[in-house]
Design a protein around this ligand. Structure first.
Ligand code: S3P
Length: 225
C-alpha cells in the first residue's frame, strides 16, 4: 500500500474529481478516478453497468478497482458509493493513504443532482430518498475519514489548499480531525481577509481617482472664461 496516497471520498456532485485533478496538477502527482477506471476496465459507464448488470456487480468491480488504485501513490477520487461495501471500508482503513472526506451540504448539492440522468442512483430517487442517502453516507464518510474538508462555497484552489494543509497536519503532526478542521477554517478566513483587504484597497484607489477627477474638473471649470 502506498504511503503518499490521498483518497477523496464524498457524496455525488461534491466535486471530488475536479478537486482531485486540480490538486494532482498543482502538486505534480499521479491522479486516478475510480469511476473512470471502471469505464476503462468494463467498457461501460457506471450508469450502463447499473442498468445491464445491477448494482451488486458494479460494487464488486468498484471494490477491485479501489484495491488497484490504492497500490499506487497519488491522488484517488472515488465514486460516492465507495463506502457502501464494508470490504471497501476495510481497504481504506488498512491502507496507509490519507482519507479525505470532501463534505458538501445537501442543500448545495441538491440542485446539481436533481434531475440527473447520468447518475443511476438518482434516476428514480425523490429528494426525500436522496436526503436519507446523504445522511446515512455522511456518517460513514466521517467514520472512515482521517480529515474532513468542507467544500461549501469554496473554489477548487481553496479546497486544494485546505486539503494540502490538512494532509500535512495529519501526516506530520498527527493533529486530530477537529484540530485540522479548525486550521482549515482559519486558512479560509485568512484567505477571505486578504481578499477583502485587496477589494478595500482597490475601492479606496477608485475613490481617490474619482476625487482627483472631480478636483481637476472643478479646476478646469474655474479656468473657463
Ligand atoms: C455512485 C456515485 C457515482 C458512481 C455511481 C454510483 C453512488 O460517482 O460511482 O453512479 O453510489 O453514489 P460520483 O460520486 O462521482 O457521482
Amino acid at each position: 500500500m502506498a504511503v503518499n496516497t490521498i483518497v477523496i471520498i464524498g457524496f455525488m456532485g461534491v466535486g471530488k474529481t475536479s478537486v482531485g485533478t486540480f490538486l494532482a496538477k498543482k502538486t505534480k502527482v499521479a491522479f486516478c478516478d475510480t469511476d473512470k477506471m471502471i469505464v476503462k476496465s468494463q467498457g461501460a459507464t457506471p450508469q450502463e453497468i447499473f442498468q445491464q448488470k445491477g448494482e451488486v456487480f458494479f460494487r464488486q468491480v468498484e471494490s477491485k478497482i479501489l484495491e488497484q488504485a490504492l497500490a499506487q501513490p497519488g491522488i484517488i477520487s472515488t465514486g460516492g458509493g465507495i463506502v457502501e461495501l464494508s470490504r471497501n471500508l476495510e481497504l481504506l482503513r488498512q491502507s496507509k493513504a490519507t482519507i479525505v472526506y470532501l463534505y458538501g451540504e445537501l442543500a448545495q448539492l441538491m440542485p446539481r443532482l436533481l434531475p440527473n440522468q447520468k447518475r443511476p442512483l438518482l434516476e428514480h430517487s425523490t429528494s426525500r430518498e436522496l436526503a436519507q442517502l446523504w445522511q446515512r453516507r455522511d456518517q460513514t464518510y466521517r467514520n472512515v475519514a482521517d480529515l474532513v474538508i468542507d467544500s461549501t462555497a469554496k473554489r477548487n484552489n481553496m479546497i486544494a489548499a485546505e486539503i494540502k494543509l490538512g494532509v500535512a497536519l495529519w501526516q506530520q503532526h498527527k493533529l486530530t480531525a477537529r484540530e485540522i478542521a479548525d486550521s482549515s477554517h482559519l486558512l479560509s478566513l485568512e484567505r477571505e481577509i486578504s481578499n477583502l483587504t485587496r477589494q478595500k484597497r482597490n475601492l479606496e484607489q477608485q475613490v481617490r481617482n474619482r476625487r482627483m477627477v472631480n478636483v481637476i474638473d472643478r479646476s478646469f471649470k474655474a479656468l473657463k472664461p
